[in-house]
Design a binder for this molecule. Structure first.
Ligand SMILES: Nc1ncnc2c1ncn2[C@@H]1O[C@H](COP(=O)(O)OP(=O)(O)OP(=O)(O)O)[C@@H](O)[C@H]1O
Length: 306
């Protein structure tokens, strides 16, 4: 992997906006994703993830702002630039009437860096026969076939739009395993969007949170989890006015104890709870799933400002 004189960022956007009529899907987005490793993009439904991918890959122009992928303007990608990028989306769009062997032969012919071993390694996890038509494959088999094609391309960058949607547990595991192997072996940067936090926890090195077309957070997943803490308090009385609870994401009363999920609070939060009348208070770790979902839900519920 020498020879690269271009930017160390595989993705760069500057003030990138996209409006669909009155709908603002990307809002002045500034995002820079460094080369290497596995990056997960998360966000509520409609946060702009697929829109971002469509613009990055040059399928659609932005309303304003710029986006670059592998150092090239997204709107001016040459066939050679495209051959350096693998893309797998949930729609798994391939011609239904073609046979597996025919699609594979076509791709092998098209990509100079075709890696048959990578293809065989992934497709071996699925019960796909060369003579089967694409239209006959199950959803999971199609996802596996698409990933096999994308990895065999030997891409520098692999972009995955919810690729494991609808896969069974075994197929999902096989899919993630293939991803990890290719990322480790070929130094391929992977950008992955998903709603499945347990997957992200397993494979992602970097967590990117999008909300209403804006970047809200980017760090290692553990660093995000560390921003959220779960406090349990024994509050015999009514407890604090919720509007006054610092960093509140979520609260619940369970079995007479009040639970708080809070953002960016340190040990002073215990003092706050005690000042509110808590007899006992204890903080506990949270999972990534819990932390991200509470963060997204909090803002999800907020009324739209646009
Ligand atoms: N072709 C379109 N025409 C009009 N509005 C659109 C179009 N495509 C997307 N949108 C709107 O733009 C916003 C962003 O959509 P996008 O598909 O990028 O979100 P997403 O983060 O991928 O969501 P999900 O997690 O549900 O797949 C949504 O509010 C959606 O309704």
């Amino acid at each position: 992997m020498a020879m690269f004189t271009h930017s160390d960022f595989v993705i760069e956007t500057h003030a990138l906006s996209k409006c669909y009529g009155r709908k603002l899907a990307l809002d002045q987005l500034d995002l820079a994703i460094p080369r290497g490793r596995i990056h997960a993009i998360v966000g509520a439904n409609g946060a702009g993830k697929s829109t971002l991918f469509r613009i990055l890959l040059g399928f659609m122009p932005p309303t304003s702002g710029q986006s670059r992928i592998l150092g090239k303007d997204s709107q001016q990608l040459s066939p050679q630039d495209r051959s350096r990028i693998g893309f797998v989306n949930e729609e798994h769009t391939l011609p239904n009437w073609m046979r597996v062997a025919q699609v594979m032969a076509m791709q092998r012919h098209q990509y100079g860096r075709w890696n048959q071993q990578a293809f065989d390694g992934v497709i071996g996890h699925y019960n796909v026969l060369p003579e089967q038509k694409i239209g006959q494959l199950s959803r999971g088999e199609r996802a596996g076939f698409n990933l096999a094609l994308a990895l065999a391309q030997g891409p520098e960058l692999l972009v995955l739009d919810e690729p494991t949607l609808g896969l069974d547990v075994v197929a999902k595991r096989a899919f993630l395993e293939s991803l990890l192997q290719s990322n480790a072996a070929d130094d391929c940067t992977v950008i992955y969007c998903s709603h499945q936090m347990e997957e992200i926890e397993r494979v992602a090195d970097n967590l990117i949170i999008l909300e209403r077309g804006q970047l809200k957070h980017m760090s290692a997943p553990e660093a995000f989890t560390a921003r959220v803490s779960h406090w349990v308090a024994d509050l015999p009385f009514k407890g604090p006015d919720l509007r006054l609870v610092p960093g509140l994401l979520e609260t619940q009363r369970i079995d007479g104890l009040q639970h708080f999920l809070v953002l960016d609070q340190d040990a002073d939060f215990e003092h706050f709870l005690r000042a509110c009348g808590a007899r006992n208070a204890q903080s506990m770790p949270v999972s990534l799933d819990r932390a991200v979902n509470a963060f997204l839900a909090k803002h999800h519920a907020a009324p739209a400002t646009a």
